[in-house]
Design a protein around this ligand. Structure first.
Ligand code: ACO
Length: 329
């Protein structure tokens, strides 16, 4: 049997509370002009007091299940990419498992910061192809507002909260070595990387075994920027080469929404039209692992991404971690 992963549904959720750049300018010494010019961000959504990562994830998951026409009882796997879990343990994914009413299978969290969704998709795809999962939820959900230093204007202006999810179903058919595999609807390939030598340039230091507290985000912005541009270009080219595809074949680039200038640089290096890039950074800011499924869901529901379109997703985050996934919607 040759299984592959079909993407059969998506959903997303943003908390109600909106925080604009002008609102932020009342908290720290910043301006709409500075934030917009350097990052492309205009606003972000912030989870309400008591609203947890699992709450955001559940809303996104329910929408994705509804879109796919899949019942929670049919799921046999949930992988949740998050760096802001509800509790130290158990995993936020098992809380969701119970809340959704999924009884069997397995559920676990995956920590790869902003690359969390790509990593989760990669793990799920591998399990599907190995015959270990048939119907899976892949989620990226974050409450980044809880690990921000609201006095540090260099970081607190960059992030937001939110969640996105896709439903993956195992299909039996066009296998890895068959000539028409590039045309199958589903995941064509995933590629993940990390380099712990750069762990200090983007870090939320603290945690269970060090300080006992979660800590706040610290970032060497310029260095992160430089690595992001290089690593993202490399991994995108790696994904295209692995599938014998050219940049011109891509219908949509759905990047992790970290900074408009990083996205623009990857787009230019690929020679893609600006109107082939799904941009949500202006409205959502950087929602870490949630940003790609949030952007994907936005473009599917507004009709830009159509059945059969080739979608390239890419991300880089703390670790450093980075990765890409190529899929036909
Ligand atoms: N408002 C106003 N001024 C600010 C702000 C702010 N919010 N933040 C910093 N500044 C000031 C600094 O204090 C500094 O002032 P100084 O010259 O008087 O010392 C000046 O602006 C320039 O600061 P830099 O940090 O050098 O600004 P830079 O041009 O590097 O832009 C930014 C900062 C936007 C963070 C940029 O480095 C960047 O985008 N890096 C990528 C990091 C990123 O996207 N991280 C997201 C997480 S990682 C990921 O998802 C890939």
């Amino acid at each position: 049997m040759a299984y592959y992963s079909r993407l059969v549904g998506c959903g997303s959720y943003l908390p109600e509370k909106l925080l604009t750049n002008d609102d932020l300018a009342k908290i720290v010494d910043t301006s709409d002009e500075w934030i917009s010019e350097r990052t492309g961000i205009k606003q972000r959504y912030i989870a309400a007091e008591g609203q947890l990562t699992s709450d955001l994830a559940r809303e996104a998951a329910l929408k994705a299940l509804d879109y796919a026409g899949v019942k929670a009882s049919d799921l046999d796997l949930i992988v949740l990419g998050t760096t802001t879990p509800d509790d130290t343990f158990p995993a936020t994914a098992v809380k969701l498992q119970a809340q959704l009413g999924m009884t069997g299978g397995a559920a676990f969290d995956l920590q790869a910061v902003c690359s969390g969704f790509i990593y989760a998709l990669s793990v799920v795809d591998s399990m599907v192809r190995a015959g270990q999962a048939k119907t899976a939820l892949v989620i990226g959900a974050e409450t980044m507002s809880r690990i921000l230093d609201w006095e540090d204007r260099g970081t607190c202006v960059l992030f937001g909260d939110g969640a996105g999810a896709v439903v993956v179903r195992a299909e039996n058919g066009i296998g890895e070595n068959e000539p028409r595999r590039n045309l199958r609807r589903g995941i064509l390939s995933t590629h993940i990387h990390s380099d712990g030598n750069y762990r200090d340039i983007l870090i939320c230091s603290g945690g269970v075994s060090s300080t006992g507290q979660a800590g706040v985000i610290k970032m060497a912005g310029k260095e992160v920027f430089r690595h992001a541009v290089n690593n993202l270009t490399d991994v995108v080219l790696e994904a295209l080469a692995a599938n014998n595809l050219a940049a011109a074949d891509i219908d949509w680039l759905v990047p992790h929404q970290a900074n408009q200038r990083i996205l623009e640089s990857t787009r230019r290096k690929l020679g893609l039209d600006a109107n082939k890039v799904v941009l949500t950074i202006d409205k959502h800011a950087n929602t870490s692992a949630a940003s790609i499924p949030l952007a994907l869901d936005t473009a599917v529901r507004d009709g830009r991404i159509q059945e059969g379109d080739l979608v390239l997703m890419e991300a880089m985050g703390g670790g450093l971690t980075w990765g890409a996934a190529l899929a036909r919607w």
